[in-house]
Write a protein that binds this ligand. Sequence first.
Ligand code: GUN
Ligand code: ZN
Length: 654
Amino acid sequence: MFEIKHKDNLGRTGVLKTKNGIVKTPALMPVIHPRKQIIDSKELGADIVITNAYIIYKNEELQEKALREGLHKLINFDGPIMTDSGSFQLSEYGDIDMENKEIIEFQELIGSDIGTSLDIPTPPYVTRSQAEEELKLTIKRAKESVKYRKEILLNSVVQGSTFNDLRSYCASELAKLDVELHPIGAVVPLMENYQYKDLVDVVMSSISELPDSRPRHLMGAGHPMIFALAVAMGCDLFDSAAYILYAEDDRFLTAHGTYKLDNLYEMPCSCEICSKYSVEELKKMEREERKKLIAKHNLMVSFAEIRIIKQAIAEGNLMELVEQRCRSHPRLLEAYRHLANYMEIMERYDPLYKKSAFFYTGPESLKRVEVYRYWQKMNEIYPKKRLLLLNSSKKPYSSYLPKKVGKLYHIGSSSSSNTDDLQIMFVDIPFGLIPLELDEVYPLAQNESPDIIDESAREYIQEIIELTAEEYEEVFIEASLAEKFDLGLYREYDGSQDLEIKLNEKKKIICVADYQFGVGAGQALFEGNVEIVKSKKTGKIRHIYYGENLIATMRASDGFFVLSKEGAKRLHSRMEYPQNRVMVNKESEPFAQEGKSIFNKFVIDCDRNIRANDEVLIVNENDELLAFGKSLLNSAEIMDFKVGQAIKTRKGGI
Ligand code: GUN
Ligand code: ZN
């Protein structure tokens, strides 16, 4: 029903199948008013629309027409239609005269594609007892709706007001139900009041418990300014009544904020409307006509923003887009900063490598998943003895090694002069310390930051060096670094001529393998007398052989290893289950052996540390190696999805 195509952070592009067509997500559903629609549904340029079943039910004429001719005829739209129940009316007017059963059955009868049960939209900041009471009813009705429905796909709305634990509880209860989509409800007041930080908590505590295989809909979010952040938190669907509501007030939506016609000197974008009309022409126009034109502009910029987001996910620079968008409003920037508190979950979902380089756009970039993940992994693989910190050069740093070290400062006590235990690291923004051996691994070489260093970045480096100096027995620091980051050092070291700056290639391949597959993988893969073959053109490591047998290839674009048959066997025999494994059932075994891709539904277990784009081993129920390949999803997604590909197999028949 729903499949993921591309991933970036918690964001995903996907395809949702309905009986009236497919929807590419993230998607924006314009709200169609069954009575007051001023732009014809077919002219909206939407793949899917949303309308309100309660309004249709309440109006005799509409109800009759919907029952007779169907919803699609009624609103003149052939594609997928989502219907909302009367919940919004319930929250606005306090009471509605309709039962949950009736509204579900009505949505079914008129041929809605996706229907909604009668949830209670509990507003933010109510008392806990109110939130709890209303939540009980929301969950009860969601459970009932599964019994009443026949053909429609079902929305089960997450409520729980601004209580994070109630949101999580609700999401985990709804996750158990046989429903297809999950709106996150009652967030309109948060957005109207710019309480985006609280919105982050509401969305994140819901999403953390929702099944990955079901699309999430941020209900009532129609301002394009919020789309990128919401998608980065895992939202897939939006609905916009905003396009028309804002137009009624002569307001123009943009991805950066809102313009009022009265304040406009120039038209705000390059859409059809803004290119054709001037501000003066619009102002002179009759109100209804103007409203229609502004509504069209509002829709066009909203759809354009969705396309920009999809492109960013496919390219792997969604967070750069989020960082741009969140600079449009201080409350959004605050929300983005707050999102860093959800690092662990974001790390689990973010792909290991992306097509795009990491761009430092400001101090917030220091708190991005890539930086966090890098420190988690890097810290595991290096013993902490003697450390030489060098100023960063061009990337990859190992290609621009200085011949000799110049003036050095010294922290700790000299205990050894053995060059073998001297670890060289480069100091740079945003990753802090980068070991010589890992400098080609994504995104340590694939990142850009300004040469003019901001105060936060300087403090960040100072702190890292301080903490690192405590952990190592001895640290040597290049003098130019001490100046650049204002390290306030004074103990000069006069034995710099003894410190050798040289890359040990065997150590490099072991470190990269440990970093990629877990500690011990380097020994497992490259034990014995292996041969390192370098590219004649670039001089970079390309292949590692054992005799005639290729073990692995180091990919030039991101510095990670791609295994070959020998490598997969070595890794499998030395790394214990479930490390790096995806286990498939009997049915799938012959397909895996033939090198066919692995579908999610055949996977019965996997290493819970698998991230999207990881190189993985494919094994049978007895942990016998069948094949190896690249994971398209993370472990949680592989286990949750029942459709779609899990692993792109590189080679079978092992
Ligand atoms: N539209 C905006 N918010 C909500 C909500 O919480 N529930 C429903 N059903 N519709 C909404
Ligand atoms: Zn425009």
